[in-house]
Ligand binder design. Sequence first.
Ligand SMILES: [Zn+2]
Length: 208
Amino acid sequence: MIMTTKWHKLIVAGGLRARLAKWAIQWWRSPAHLPLEVDSMPRKDPKTGRFVFGKELTLEERFWPKVDIRGFDDCWEWIASKIPAGYGQIHNNGTMLRAHRVAWELMRGPIPKGLCLLHHCDSRACVNPNHLFLGTKADNMADMEAKGRRRSAPPRGVNSPNAKLTNEKVRAIRLSTLPQRVLAKMHGVHQSTIWTVKHRKSWSWLAY
Ligand SMILES: [Zn+2]
């Protein structure tokens, strides 16, 4: 009797070994052989084309390990890749984002369209949201010019070798209701220094 079943036809037409190999490859590439995990769905790794388990990290989860997080008032430097201008950059959905803008959006919310995100501190690699502020394009130009002038100026704040005040002292002075004369004596500075601190003519980058 001539072989007429489906199986026999397959063997004759394609070759059983070739088909078995094809099935094996399909099975290997599919998530079927992987152990089941309750909290994760299989996803395709774009590099290898294989299905892999494990949660894909969100932008936020990838972002903060790349930041040298320090104190409230300190610069938080971006330790991953930077563009030549000095700003940090991070990859997301096929686009490169500026790290300081991402930091602001993660902590403060979206940046309104048309507004720039500027640094209080001069460090472009800094992503501390307390050192960032929103401004218009005109603010940006003015700020750039101010920074250009400031470049040759001595370091400010606690970084200045002549600084007698610290962040904590400045806060204490601003909160204190004592006369400025008394505060000046207490901290060993001139009364005019207390006045500039109180009126935010100096140490203006401290949030409080
Ligand atoms: Zn900073």
